[in-house]
Design a protein. Structure first.
Length: 629
């Protein structure tokens, strides 16, 4: 059954229209990936589906009672507070009551005050009137399902966990259709895989925007492309889409070439001498006017980026030699210990690890920007390093796009020849008007392209790229990938894009916890095949040995301690007991008669439920840790 249908929908902010008389049907249970270049109108289309943007023409039919939830790229202003409060905010007016309820419960736990208890009693009465207890149960349920910590403050969470909380906020309303705009942006690989698995099991319909090729292949049941205002559906994976899109563009080019040839012939005919004009066919003249109008209104496909990497003379054979390096943060948290590696000219090395694991810190150590606290790092000779910073700290917000690249000059020396800066920036898809605007006006994808443009104006033999793929559209991503594959120098690459890692790097350095960084040949999928953890007996763990010069990295097995093994054996019993208590209290709270009790008893039961769920989360985390040893 269709949940929502768009028929002949038009949206125009001028000419040409952004959405040009499109048709789209979304059925229950399907998962659609919306793809297209930056600025093609993908985010706008999601807002049209959600009713946030009115259309100029066409018909939008929504199934009666259909519920739609939307997770946008940026977090809204009402996402401060405890996790449970933020999630409750996804429930509308009743949800705001639930938010206040959770705030008061937290305050009661910290201090018992008659005023707070009176407010809590009033909120409970209001929740009774609107049937709000079902909603609070729904919040608790999704907190448990998604393994979140209800009492944690949102501001203290990492970007990845915040995005999971916002997904929970979208799901708590039990939508029939979920709209996700770049849900994997700035997530680490483990968080991306968690989201994949969650969405694969979710029963509702889903439309999402993504440039992550692995994510779209693993989640989507079909692809829908928006190109020059029109929609095209592809019932295939990304690889087949590329082939079919190429065929479509070839047919389009053939058609346009034949059209242009015919128009040229008619233009020659109309310009013939006096005798020809006297006898010309007026019908043919009118047909020519139609051809001219069609040519003028033709929407050209967006030009592809034409980036090139300037390469300098070769570096020395040894680029970086690290021996038994150790480093810790100021709070004492270890980043790496006894880490050794040898990076030679032409190596393409990927760094894999969770957000906050220390990947950027390792880059700074390897480049000599940070001094190791133990061990030593030798940096090779004749290195010309170009550094792509994930935080874009080299971009001055007040400068224009043009001045950012040229430092006020009109001409650049690129690839051994002189080029005007505007012409150069057009290779990175900046039109002349955009070149004169300040950096502060750019989108995330445009900032990444600008940083690449600046980076590639100078020659290099070592490229250091810290999450370069964020916000780039697929076409630009594919081109950057090809450039890096052909690059003759050395590459150090931090990325959470699994397909990008697979296609570019020749070996990986993987942060595997406890300050251990192990080395593997190949890309992301090669690491999955080679990592020993899954093949180890449950009582063993991998311990990295210190590498002597000239030796390979080795592992040895160490048995789990008696104390840890005993704790691991007891944890399932403890978890089962905690879950039984949670079920008992949840059942009690689900009975309307319970709320006739004294408000202090009600508050105590609800607070106990929150504590038990936190205890359960901690037990599962501890079990997972001990299992991995």
């Amino acid at each position: 059954m269709p949940l929502i249908t768009l028929h002949n929908v038009l949206l125009s902010y001028g000419k040409p229209p952004l959405i040009d008389h499109i048709n789209l049907t979304i059925k229950a249970g399907e998962r659609v990936c919306l793809i297209g270049s930056n600025g093609a109108g993908k985010s706008t289309l999601l807002k049209i589906l959600n009713g946030k943007v009115p259309v100029d023409d066409g018909v939008i039919k929504r199934a009666k009672g259909v519920r739609i939830a939307h997770l946008e790229q940026e977090f809204s202003a009402d996402t401060e507070g405890k996790v449970s409060e933020v999630i409750a905010g996804g429930l509308g007016a009743e949800g705001r009551l639930a938010q206040v309820y959770y705030q008061l419960i937290g305050r009661v736990a910290d201090q018992s005050d008659d005023k707070i208890l009176h407010k809590l009693e009033k909120i409970q009465e209001e929740l009774d009137l609107v049937g709000g207890w079902d909603l609070t149960q729904r919040v608790q349920s999704i907190v448990t399902t998604m393994n979140l910590q209800a009492d944690t403050d949102m501001m203290s969470l990492s970007g990845g966990i915040k995005r999971q909380v916002m997904l929970a906020r979208a799901l708590v309303s039990m939508p029939d259709l979920l709209l996700l705009d770049e849900p994997t942006n700035h997530l680490d690989i483990e968080a991306i895989r968690w989201m994949e698995e969650f969405l694969q099991k979710w029963k509702g319909a889903l439309i999402f925007i993504s440039h992550d090729r692995c994510f779209m292949d693993n989640v989507a049941t079909r692809l829908v492309e928006i190109d020059r205002g029109k929609l095209t559906e592809f019932d295939c994976d990304y690889s087949d889409y590329i082939k079919r899109k190429k065929e479509i563009l070839e047919v389009e080019d053939t058609h346009n070439n034949l059209f242009d040839k015919r128009l040229s012939q008619e233009e020659v005919w109309i310009r013939q001498g006096i005798k020809a004009r006297r006898t010309r066919n007026e019908g043919r003249v009118r047909a020519l006017e139609v051809l001219r109008k069609e040519y003028a209104e033709r929407r050209r496909k967006q030009g592809a980026a034409r980036m090139t990497i300037q390469q300098s003379e070769r570096s020395g054979k040894i680029v970086i030699d690290a021996e038994a390096v150790g480093f810790s943060f100021e709070d004492g948290n270890k980043v790496l210990e006894n880490f050794s590696t040898l990076i030679q000219r032409g190596d393409k090395v990927g760094l894999i690890g969770a957000n906050g694991a220390g990947k950027t810190t390792l880059l700074q150590l390897l480049l000599g920007e940070l001094a190791p606290q133990s061990g030593n790092i030798k940096i090779g000779t004749k290195l010309n390093v170009a550094y792509f910073d994930q935080y874009r700290s080299v971009l001055d917000e007040t400068k224009s796009v043009q001045d950012t690249v040229s430092d006020g000059r009109n001409m650049l020396e690129v690839g051994g020849r002189s080029r005007h800066v505007i012409s150069y920036l057009q290779d990175f898809l900046f039109d002349p008007d955009r070149c004169r605007q300040p950096v502060s006006a750019l989108s995330g994808g445009e900032r990444n392209r600008l940083l690449l443009a600046k980076l590639f104006t100078v020659g290099s033999n070592v490229l250091v790229l810290d999450e370069p793929t964020n916000d780039l559209d697929i076409n630009t991503l594919d081109l950057l990938e090809e450039l890096l594959i052909d690059y003759k120098g050395t590459i150090l690459l931090v990325s959470h894009d699994r397909a990008f890692l697979n296609n570019v790097v020749t070996r990986t350095l993987v942060f595997e916890g406890d300050a251990i960084i192990n080395e593997y040949g190949g890309g992301y999928d090669d690491w999955l095949r080679q990592r020993p953890v899954k093949n180890l007996p449950p009582t063993s763990k991998v311990v990295k040995t210190k590498r002597k010069k000239g030796e390979s990295v080795e592992t040895r097995f160490k048995k789990r301690s008696f104390k840890d093994q005993r704790e691991l054996d007891q944890l399932p019993v403890e978890i089962e007991r905690t879950e039984m208590l949670i079920n008992e209290i949840s059942e009690q709270l689900s009975q309307p008669s319970f709320y006739e009790s004294d408000h202090l008893i009600i508050a105590a039961a609800e607070q106990q439920l929150v504590q038990l769920q936190q205890q359960l989360n901690d037990s599962y985390a501890r079990w997972e840790f001990l299992e991995g040893q």
